[in-house]
Design a protein around this ligand. Structure first.
Ligand code: NAD
Length: 293
């Protein structure tokens, strides 16, 4: 039986850890939040009191944390305590520099490491249907396969250290911009007298189709797992989307690339977060576009 130590049992981590447990993996999980630990313990995950307890006997350690700072702190604490055979996999979305530092820290101790940020949201995590965008050495990518395949449908090796995060940041820049323009289309449609259903049906089978429309529709009642059906409770918070858009702009500046639509999406999510939307799902930005928040 594969043994996994899972650190970070928030919206995504708790669903991913539960999916692993359902697939027959022995999962020991930890989160600094007591409420997250409580919620995770009913889902087949053995919840332990500290991160170091979670990695005891683990073949693979998975981290699913907010940002690079937390990932570097947790890896710095755990790497020296792990056995040389343990593979470290970070699934968080973090900045490219921190991802590279995290690999360096693992390699300096002779440990294998992989970055594997995900797409698919909480519904994808719960259904074992994530896509992993991996960066790191081929041997680490191959070794992670048996664990990644239990949590997702696709694992892509995007290149060496940092390039999984590069793919993820590009993806989320597209996602942020398409969510905003999808919300703008619904609000424009409302003002033109077009029903949500009519717009959804037309766009879903036309060239304006996107994941934001057909899997995560910002208007309620049109896609089954959309946070819009649940008062925009996350899901994926606007604060995390803002974090990713900032990371994409930082990456663009350091690479000398111009991304003006991504920059505009960052500014709009900044405004939404400042108007109290930071804790809501990122699709809730439709309320700001409608002039409600
Ligand atoms: P979340 O805030 O719900 O979960 C993060 C968890 O990490 C929290 O429960 C927090 O208590 C815990 N944590 C923080 N520091 C810790 C530490 N030192 N030790 C142990 N636990 C610690 O966030 P989330 O939505 O689960 O997202 C996690 C990561 O996945 C982020 O990088 C996010 O950008 C990415 N992501 C999220 C989604 C989504 O739909 N929510 C989708 C794709 C990627």
């Amino acid at each position: 039986m594969i043994k996994v130590g899972f650190i970070g049992l928030g919206a995504m981590g708790s669903a991913m850890a539960a999916t692993l447990a359902r697939a027959g993996v022995a999962v020991r999980g930890f989160d600094i939040s007591a409420s997250c630990r409580d919620k995770a313990s009913g889902n087949g995950v053995t919840v332990v009191p500290g991160a170091k307890d979670a990695i005891e006997g683990a073949d693979v350690v998975v981290t699913m944390l907010p940002a690079g700072k937390e990932v570097l702190e947790v890896w710095t604490e755990l790497l020296p305590r792990a056995s040389r055979e343990t593979l470290f996999v970070d699934c968080s979305t973090i900045d490219i520099e921190s991802a590279r530092k995290m690999h360096e820290a693992a390699h300096s101790l002779g440990l294998r490491s992989l970055e594997a940020p995900v797409s698919g949201g909480v519904a994808g995590a719960a259904a074992g249907a994530l896509t992993f965008m991996c960066g790191g050495e081929t041997a680490a990518f191959e070794a992670a396969g048996p664990v990644l395949e239990k949590m997702g449908r696709k694992a892509l090796h995007c290149g060496g250290p940092g390039l999984g995060q590069a793919a993820k940041l590009c993806n989320n820049m597209i996602l942020g911009a398409t969510m905003i323009v999808t919300c703008e289309a619904f609000v424009l449609g409302e003002k033109l007298g077009l029903s949500h259903r009519a717009l959804f049906d037309a766009v879903s089978s036309s060239s304006g189709q996107s994941w934001s429309m057909t899997s995560y529709c910002p208007a309620p009642g049109l896609t089954p797992s959309s946070p819009a059906n649940n008062e925009y409770r996350p899901g994926f918070t606007a604060a995390l989307m803002l974090k990713d858009l900032r990371l994409a702009q930082r990456a663009a500046a350091s690479a000398g690339a111009s991304a003006p639509l991504g920059a505009m999406a960052e500014r709009l999510y900044e405004a939404y977060a400042a108007s109290d939307g930071g804790g809501a799902d990122f699709s809730g930005i439709i309320k700001m576009i409608r002039g409600e928040s």
